[in-house]
Design a protein around this ligand. Structure first.
Ligand SMILES: [Zn+2]
Ligand SMILES: [Zn+2]
Length: 379
């Protein structure tokens, strides 16, 4: 795939300053960061592309080479021929210059009063589509989720050799004291250590696989059991199945948000499912047994003689189970009587003869009459 012009990628002029480039990249990176777009694989590619452009253009030396020779002048820089600069390179570049995604959004900073020790990983939200049939029975699904997982190369420590070192700025305390003088005397305030961000440790020889983060983004397959009766917007929380924290920090949670797909035939009404059922004029007049689809196979439905268009016939217990137990809802079949649109000469004369019978003349209409006729069948 041909690489786009790096200035176009960052949407800046060729005369843009370093600050302009940094600002443009930060904006794009925040928009397309994979943590913000877990469902969108295109976002990851856009993030990668913007990061690659930033890598080249924010450094005056590589920028000059790019300006003179184009992509050919910078291939192989930053571990990167055009195809070699991958998403983890991009995440590393971003974290190096912007100090981690979580910081930007003020998330995953929930230190809860603790200012020392490993940071917790962020929660991850993902959507899961299920069909109405699956809702009726419950289902076990395997999801694929891109998650930050422990880096195997360094066992999550972040450093190539041995353990990270005690942070020299805070001596491992994770926080620093700042004394301020005022007319009332001296105040001492505590802040999270800017060097180690509260971990108390720093990596001096970062692992090449994870850039010292101790975690890498990888796809994980996760099996979940979806109970019968769920609705769109319901969610499951899998504790400690989200992103791992940097350098051995505990995992966040994985939130699975259910999305029930619209059905071709059925419409859901709470625990009931509604079906539009076409029947013939003789079936409506004489009564009949017809086969109807349900969420668990075909069933036989009795049409009483004299059924009107709009009548709703009920098949008890063929709807959706209530979430968490309880009786199943019903299948509601709303009848439409099919009036033929083409008639043979023989059919036409038979109908003309029938039309003369007073049984075929609808009753005089009074307000609400037809609704009452329909309701008579709606049980
Ligand atoms: Zn590593
Ligand atoms: Zn520190």
């Amino acid at each position: 795939m041909a690489e786009r012009d790096y200035y176009d990628v960052l949407r800046v002029e060729r005369t843009a300053s370093r600050e302009d480039i940094k600002r443009a990249y930060r904006k794009l990176a925040m928009q397309y960061h994979p943590d913000r777009n877990p469902e969108d694989p295109d976002a990851g590619e856009k993030f990668r592309e913007a990061s690659r452009a930033y890598e080249i253009l924010h450094d005056p030396e590589t920028r000059a080479r790019y300006d003179q020779f184009g992509h050919a002048g910078v291939s192989g820089i930053g571990g990167a021929g055009s195809g070699d600069f991958d998403l983890s390179d991009a995440l590393r570049a971003f974290m190096r210059d912007f100090g981690g995604f979580e910081d930007l959004f003020g998330r995953s900073r929930g230190r809860g009063g603790r200012s020392r020790g490993p940071l917790k990983g962020s929660d991850v939200q993902t959507r899961l589509k299920v069909t109405l049939e699956e809702v009726a029975t419950g289902v076990e699904k395997t999801l694929r989720v891109k998650l930050l997982q422990r880096c195997a190369a360094c066992s999550g420590r972040g450093s190539t050799t041995g353990e990270p070192e005690t942070c020299p700025t805070c001596q491992g305390a994770g926080e620093v004291r700042q004394a301020q003088r005022s007319i009332f005397g001296q105040f001492v305030s505590l802040h999270v250590c800017p060097r180690c961000e509260g971990e108390g440790k720093v990596v001096t020889d970062p692992c090449r696989s994870c850039g010292g983060e101790g975690r890498v983004r990888e796809e994980k397959r996760i099996k979940v059991r979806i109970p019968a009766g769920v609705e769109s917007g319901n969610y499951l929380t899998l504790r400690r199945e989200g992103n791992v924290g940097p350098r051995g920090g505990p995992q966040g949670d994985l939130l699975i948000v259910i999305e029930v797909e619209p059905h071709e035939v059925f419409e859901r009404r709470g625990d009931d499912v509604l079906l539009e059922l076409g029947i013939s004029f003789p079936q409506a007049a004489l009564g009949a047994e017809v086969e109807v689809p349900t969420l668990d196979g075909a069933a036989t439905l009795g049409i009483p003689a004299g059924t009107q268009s709009g009548n709703v016939l009920r098949l008890a217990g063929r709807g959706i189970p209530r979430l968490g137990g309880g009786p199943r809802g019903d299948l509601l079949a709303q009848v439409s009587v099919w009036i033929p649109t083409r008639l043979s000469a023989e059919e036409r004369s038979a109908l003309e003869r029938l039309g003369e019978s007073e049984n075929f003349v609808p009753p005089k209409s009074v307000k609400g009459f037809w609704s009452k006729v329909r309701e008579a069948f709606t049980t």
